[in-house]
Write a protein that binds this ligand. Structure first.
Ligand code: IPE
Ligand code: IPE
Ligand code: MG
Length: 246
């Protein structure tokens, strides 16, 4: 279906190793159809399936999805409840397929705040996909980047206070080791759907040199073709990292 774009991607060469996505616009998608917001979130699940499959097809190694922010706890309780039951539903429905396809799921964020049922579902998918080696799928749930960096600073301070670490040994690499994303390289490409031009407290440290790709497409309408178009656009970018191109 999207084979033509996939062929173009292969011709262009390297794909991003790590793609991060702010999955935004579910509420507006529902409102446009005079539906309640939770139905927008439900429709967004299909897009998650699309990008996970598309990422595997394109040879992406790490896919990090922003599913629920710490600030999202401020939404009305019924919307939070709907999101949590969708999370449980997604895990129950997709677990076997993810495992079969070699996807290893990790969950990044303050999972202690989840309901016991959502927490159990999250622990289950992490445990049962731990042998996956094709694609690392990171779900950011109850995630906030400033909280993540603050937590890392606190861990380092505790090491210093206990005499295990010297302040002069703290560098960028050492701090990054205490972030939830420690096992993976920084994202090369950040995609945000629904046209919003902000980071919303997502991966502030890790996105330092990511290429940004903002699309007006609302998350439930985002498919693998859209993912492939973002990858193609990434391949056209000139990443300089502060240097000059020779
Ligand atoms: C993204 O869609 C999903 C979450 C933030 C949980 P939104 O719910 O933010 O949708 P809009 O931005 O209101 O359209
Ligand atoms: C960011 O979207 C969080 C997720 C996609 C999970 P929001 O819709 O919460 O962000 P703001 O409030 O528009 O910045
Ligand atoms: Mg939003």
């Amino acid at each position: 279906m999207a084979q033509d774009i996939l062929d173009q991607i292969r011709l262009h060469g390297a794909v991003p190793a790590h793609i991060a996505i702010i999955m935004d616009g579910n509420g507006r998608w529902a409102t446009e159809r005079a539906l309640p917001r939770p139905l927008g979130h439900r429709a967004g699940m299909k897009a998650v399936r699309e990008v996970v499959e598309g990422a595997r097809e394109a040879g992406i190694k790490v896919l990090t999805l922003f599913a629920f922010s710490q600030e999202n706890w401020k939404r009305p309780p019924d919307e939070i409840q709907a999101l949590m039951s969708l999370l449980e539903h997604y895990i129950a429905k997709e677990l076997d397929e993810l495992r079969r396809n070699g996807v290893r799921v990790s969950v990044l964020g303050e999972v202690d705040r989840l309901s016991p049922a959502a927490r159990a579902a999250v622990d289950r998918i992490v445990a049962e996909t731990s042998a996956g080696s094709q694609l690392a799928l990171n779900l950011c749930i109850s995630y906030g980047s400033r909280a993540e960096i603050t937590r890392a600073a606190k861990i380092l301070a505790e090491h210093v206070a206990a005499g295990r670490l010297a302040p002069e040994d703290i560098d960028e690499e050492r701090l990054a080791q205490e972030l939830h994303t420690a096992p993976w390289p920084d994202p090369d490409l950040l995609i945000r759907t629904s046209g919003e031009l902000r980071l919303s407290n997502f991966l502030l440290w890790q996105l330092a040199y990511a290429e940004l790709y903002i699309t007006p497409v609302l998350w439930p309408d985002f498919g693998r073709r859209d993912l492939f178009e973002a990858i193609l656009e990434f391949q056209r970018r000139d990443r300089r990292f502060g240097r000059v191109t020779v």
